[in-house]
Structures are given as C-alpha cells and as structure tokens.
Design a binder for this molecule. Structure first.
Ligand SMILES: *Cc1c(COP(=O)(O)O)cnc(C)c1O
Ligand code: SF4
Length: 394
C-alpha cells in the first residue's frame, strides 16, 4: 500500500515548492499584499521581506487591545515586533489570549521590570570565550552566528541581542570562534544558534557548518532554530541536500503549542527527518500559552507524530520584562507529574531551569523518592502508589 507521496507529487518540480493549499486565514493575510501570489507565499525570502513590523500593518490584520497597542508602539530596536505573514495567519484576530498572538505581539507589560529580572539571565556574555561563543559545559559549545530571527518571541532569553538592527555577529566574527573550537580539543559537540541560523542563506550556512565539521575533534553539530515553526517555507530540498553532506546534524526546534503544528510544519519536519536529521523540541513554559498539562501533552503528541522528540521544557528565564509570561516552578513540576507514566515516555522531556547568572540547565523533577535509609528506597510511582527497592548491598 502506498502511504506517502513521492517527492514529485509533493513538489512542483519547476520551483521545488510544496503544493499545499492556502488556508482561508492564509488567503486573508495574502490578500493584504497587492500582487501577492501563492508562489510568493511559498517563498521564504518573500515571507521575510514582508514580515509584519509596524503598528499600521498589524492593525490591518486584527484589532489590538490597548495593552498590545502600547506594546507595539514601544517595542524598540532590540526584539522588534516581526511576524512572518505565514505565522500571522495563525493568530486568532478575535482572541487576545491566542497562544500564537501572545508569543508574537508585544504587550505593554514588556516595559515593566521585576527585581529578580536580568538582561542576560543565562550569563552568556560572562561565559563568552570569544564574541559569539559560549563555553559553559566541558565538552560542548554554543556558537551564536547571527542576531536575526524570522519572528521575535516576546519572552526571548536573548532579547538583549536579537533584532533586525545593530548586528555584531557575521562572517568576520566566525574566525575567532572557529579558532577557539580548533584549539579546544575537548569540544566534541557544537550547537549553532543565534538569533536563528536558518535566516542565513544556504551559502553562508554551508560555510559555517563545513568549517565546524572540518575540525577533527568535533563529532557532530546541532542547529538551534525556530524556523521550522515560524517560517517552514525555509526548509527547502536544497537546504536539506546541503545538510546531508555534513551528516551527522541534529536539530533543536523551538515549539510551544500544538497550534504551531500545521500541515506546512508537518511537511517541513517530515522532510528534515527524511534527510536523516533527528529533531528535539525545546519548549518554554509560558503563562497563558502552555502552562497546563493537557496543552503540553497535546503538543508533545503532535510532535511525536512528526518525528520530533520532546527534549526540554524551560522554565521561563527571568529576562527583563517577562513577568507576565512566567509561571511558578510548581506549575512546571505539576506538568511533569502529569506526563511521566501518563503518556509515552518519548513524549516526556526534561524540565530545566537555567541557573540564573550562568549556572546552566538544572533539571527539576517531581519527587519520586519518598524516603531513603539503610539502602531502602521508598518510591512513589506515577499513580501515587508506594514501592520499596532495596539496594544490592543490603
Ligand atoms: C543549552 C546549552 C548547551 C547545550 O546543552 P545540552 O544539555 O547538551 O542540550 C550548550 N551550551 C550552552 C551555553 C547552553 O545554554
Ligand atoms: S527564535 Fe529564539 S532567539 Fe529568536 S526571538 Fe525566539 S527565542 Fe529568541
């Protein structure tokens, strides 16, 4: 039985563009661009060029609340508002609580600060070995290659640096980072992130990936990106053909809500998986977006269907202006408790808090050890029942 479409059926062979019909919401947004065609919609560069960035353009697609209007007016150069038309079509124009809207449309609460908040909560600048390279863990580094993203997430932990203006990371800063990696033989894993590396063109990406992969002690690279979610059109056969030349490559994709898993995103992730690139998801726990067990479970089930393994849930970092997004740690622990044992183990990520100031990822788990003495562990299972395990020495 034939269950999948062949490459020729999915792609228009002239243009390498998938034949996915536009949804009514996509048609509604596309109609706002005079002369805009279905082919434009499939073109990731058109999507980038036509991102929604001004008060005027966002008011044409929805009626803003007063707190959103103040947010849009006040959002500055860093973490500018920027929403690709594709992602804007997922926003519910009638519902200010829409999870896509909360993530992408600024609110005036961003300009408030709380005492625990920091500009660089993960202490990345402090752990920066050379500009754009963070070496925190013994055997792996974070290589930041740009400051641009398709969409700027309003809770971004790197809001101090991401945005469309004032770029400091580019081909001229890569040399020092690459030299550092060459000189540090303990580095076996390089996580390429930004910004979003996939907003770079194929040629620049290939330069970065091939340079890293040519370092003998680097065993593999990972790409940290949100593009498969916010701009799935960027995932082209040409891009994947290039990635395949530098296998093994892993990908960490930032997903926060099941609503993000559209037919287009499914198509992109299937192509990535078919190219031999394993994907893990990184999810930020956000108030009103995904701060309940059922919403998280739905997301993780959707991800397993497109071969994305839930990898981390991050407690929202205490980034300046993020108070309205942050939930209690108890909320996160409760979500974990409602996942483990209650659904497929592959759908259970690790819940972590990045130690504020630069501690790295610290796993937070529900307490399953009820007591422990003389080699006797009293354990609680997922259903709350008690079991005793005795250490072999006793
Ligand atoms: C998250 C992170 C990594 C990768 O951590 P893993 O647990 O291996 O996924 C590496 N370096 C920095 C600075 C990080 O924040
Ligand atoms: S994609 Fe990542 S780096 Fe870019 S704005 Fe969102 S969270 Fe920040």
């Amino acid at each position: 039985m034939k269950t999948t479409l062949s490459q020729d059926q999915v792609f228009d062979s002239q243009t390498s563009r998938p034949n996915i019909p536009l949804t009514p919401d996509e048609e509604r947004i596309l109609a706002l661009y005079p002369g805009g065609t279905h082919a434009d919609w499939e073109d990731w560069r058109w999507q980038i060029r036509n991102r929604i960035r001004t008060l005027d353009s966002i008011q044409r697609i929805m009626k803003l609340t007063p707190w959103e209007e103040h947010g849009v007016i006040g959002a500055g150069d860093k973490l500018t508002m920027s929403i690709p038309p594709y992602f804007a079509a997922l926003i519910d124009p009638e519902d200010a609580g829409c999870p896509i809207r909360l993530q992408s449309v600024p609110q005036e609460y961003e300009f408030e600060t709380a005492p625990e908040e920091m500009l660089d909560p993960c202490g990345e600048d402090k752990s920066s070995a050379v500009h754009g390279l963070v070496h925190r863990y013994p055997d792996r580094v974070l290589f930041l290659v740009n400051e641009m993203c398709a969409m700027y997430c309003r809770y971004c932990t790197r809001s101090r640096m991401v945005g469309d203006g004032n770029h400091t990371l580019n081909a001229s800063t890569y040399d020092a980072a690459l030299n550092y990696i060459r000189q540090h033989k303990e580095v076996r894993d390089v996580l390429i992130s930004g910004g979003d590396p996939l907003t770079l063109g194929d040629r620049m990406l290939e330069y970065i990936i091939s340079s890293v992969r040519s370092i003998p002690h680097v065993e593999f690279v990972r790409i940290g990106t949100r593009i498969p979610v916010t701009l799935p059109q960027r995932i082209t056969p040409e891009l994947l053909a290039m990635f395949k030349r530098y296998s093994p490559i892993w990908m960490s994709v930032h997903f926060n809500h099941a609503k993000e898993v559209t037919p287009r995103v499914k198509h992109a992730c299937n192509m990535i998986a078919d190219a031999g690139i394993p994907m893990g998801s990184q999810t930020v726990l956000l108030r009103g977006v995904n701060d309940n067990p059922e919403v998280m479970k739905k997301l993780f089930h959707e991800l397993l269907k497109i071969r994305v393994r839930p990898y981390y849930i991050y407690q929202c970092d205490p980034i300046v202006g993020s108070r309205h997004f942050r939930t209690s740690v108890e909320t996160g622990v409760n979500i974990m408790q409602n996942l483990r044992g209650h659904t497929t183990g592959y759908a259970v990520p690790t819940y972590v808090i990045d130690g504020p100031g630069g501690g790295g990822k610290i796993p937070i788990a529900p307490e399953y050890i009820v007591s422990h003495s003389n080699g006797r562990y009293v354990l609680k299972n997922f259903a709350g029942e008690l079991y005793t395990y005795v250490d072999p020495a006793y």
